[in-house]
Design a protein around this ligand. Structure first.
Ligand SMILES: Cc1cc2nc3c(=O)[nH]c(=O)nc-3n(C[C@H](O)[C@H](O)[C@H](O)COP(=O)(O)O)c2cc1C
Length: 336
């Protein structure tokens, strides 16, 4: 049976192009974030809490918002009011950047999938740090863990990536309960090369040395397209450098589920990514003690349960929310 979002809201949003619908939703949630009455209304649909503790942080439930939906951190109170157990904002880059030319998000309703090639459009670390500071001072900071996902600015050459990540890290770490290093988006040329052992070591060492007096858990977000051998070396480097967690996975370049005449360049997310991403979660959990946060193709309670059974400690949603709405959260929580 369809839920209220699927019957009433999705047809309206899907009558708009994907990015316009995204901005309309974000304007609404960002607006709601400023009003106590609106937040109370959103809270009325909150699922019951199912607490978890990880990285010494308390999560009211294990279902989080994946990076990319709230890139600029404009709606943190609204996400918490909707019932997310944690919120990951970003990807934030050191420099503000417009991203790739539009159109750059494509829906595939028959496959419950999206392809995006946004290319880290975001306001940049300085503006986002300022926004987060204002939110903290307003007293509306959410009562759930907040992760900040950082990536490389497009204009920065790959050889200078470490300095670029460090810039964002220094500005944003005080606002983050954990920091995710996005080394796996397919839409910034060369970014995935940061998963190679030498480059990854350099990045992790530099950020580890910056930790200071109150170190924040560092999480690496990896691609579903890595080979077994690549995964093995990523895990070894992460273990050597004390990485706290791994997010598996980002979007895939495997578009075999999409009819060729409809295909678009970019990263594929949603239902077709489910199996590949679950397989990686299972492999990481079998090979390493590093906790896994699962992301990829969670569109119902069954696909969520599959991630936990594969060994995930927490899960994150993106494409499932576009197709199923916030009701998905309650559906998953109801069957956990
Ligand atoms: C439109 C769109 C934008 C995204 N932007 C980001 C991003 O900026 N940073 C990031 O780490 N992941 C980003 N992702 C990847 C998601 O966080 C998630 O890992 C991936 O989509 C798989 O989960 P899903 O199948 O539930 O969507 C994006 C995904 C989509 C669909």
């Amino acid at each position: 049976m369809k839920n209220l979002y699927e019957v009433f809201v999705r047809p309206l949003l899907f009558s708009l192009d994907a990015e316009t619908a995204h901005h309309a939703t974000m304007r609404l949630l960002s607006g709601a974030s400023h009003f106590g009455a609106a937040l109370r209304a959103l809270r009325s649909c909150q699922p019951a809490s199912k607490p978890r503790t990880l990285f010494s942080l308390n999560f009211p439930n294990p279902v989080g918002l994946a990076a990319g939906l709230d890139k600029n951190g404009v709606a943190l109170p609204a996400w918490a009011a909707l019932g997310f157990g944690f919120i990951e904002i970003g990807t934030v880059t050191a420099k503000a950047q417009p991203g790739n030319p539009k159109p750059r998000i494509f829906r595939f309703p028959d496959q419950q999938a999206l392809i995006n090639r946004l290319g880290f459009n975001n306001d940049g670390a300085d503006a986002i740090a300022q926004r987060l500071r204002a939110l903290r001072e307003s007293g509306r900071w959410p009562a759930v863990p907040v992760g900040i996902n950082i990536g490389k600015s497009r204009a920065t050459p790959l050889e200078q990536a470490t300095g670029d990540y460090l810039y964002s890290f220094r500005l944003l770490r005080d606002f983050a309960d954990y920091v995710t290093l996005n080394i796996s988006s397919p839409n910034t040329p060369g970014l995935r090369e940061l998963q190679e052992p030498t480059k990854l070591s350099e990045l992790l060492l530099a950020l580890g040395n910056e930790a200071g007096t109150s170190p924040k858990p560092l999480i690496a977000k990896i691609s579903p397209d890595v080979s077994g051998a690549e995964l093995k070396s990523i895990l070894a480097v992460c273990e050597e450098n004390g990485v706290s967690g791994i997010i598996a996975t980002n979007t895939t370049l495997d578009h075999s589920s999409i009819p060729p005449q409809l295909d678009q360049p970019g990263g594929l997310s949603g239902a077709p990514l489910r199996d590949k991403s679950t397989a990686l979660v299972r492999e990481i959990a079998a090979r390493s003690a590093i906790p896994v946060i699962a992301s990829g193709g969670i569109c119902d309670a069954e696909s969520a349960r599959e991630k936990f059974q594969a060994g995930a400690q927490l899960i994150q949603l993106y494409t499932g929310l576009v197709y199923r709405g916030p009701q998905l959260l309650r559906e998953i929580m109801g069957k956990l």
